[in-house]
Design a protein around this ligand. Structure first.
Ligand code: FES
Length: 101
């Protein structure tokens, strides 16, 4: 089932940017792509790079360690399709970005 949990002030994350957020002992990568928010597991399935610190380009976040690219909407890996990351539903309520976990 899951529940939506507030993770950030929507105004604090500009379009084209990402960051790592901590929720209940877990890390998620949160992105603002053209004003819409998306969340993935923060840990890159290659060797654990922090995806929240990656760079966004063409709907894809590039891991800061070795550059694997992941679709920010789905978590699909463009480098190694068999190694996706999990994506999570996101909504904005009262100016707060919320992730369903
Ligand atoms: S740890 Fe992400 S590409 Fe290597």
């Amino acid at each position: 089932m899951g529940e939506y949990v507030s993770v950030a002030d929507a105004a604090s994350l500009a379009p084209g940017r990402g960051r790592t957020v901590n929720v209940r002992g877990r890390e998620f990568a949160l992105f603002n792509m053209d004003g819409r928010f998306y969340a993935l597991d923060n840990e890159c399935p290659h060797v654990g790079g922090p995806l929240g610190a990656g760079t966004l380009e063409d709907g894809c976040v590039h891991c800061p360690l070795h550059g694997w690219g992941f679709d920010v909407k789905t978590g699909a890996c463009r480098k190694v399709p068999a190694r996706p990351v999990r994506s999570y539903p996101v909504r904005v309520e009262g100016g707060q970005v919320q992730i369903k976990i």
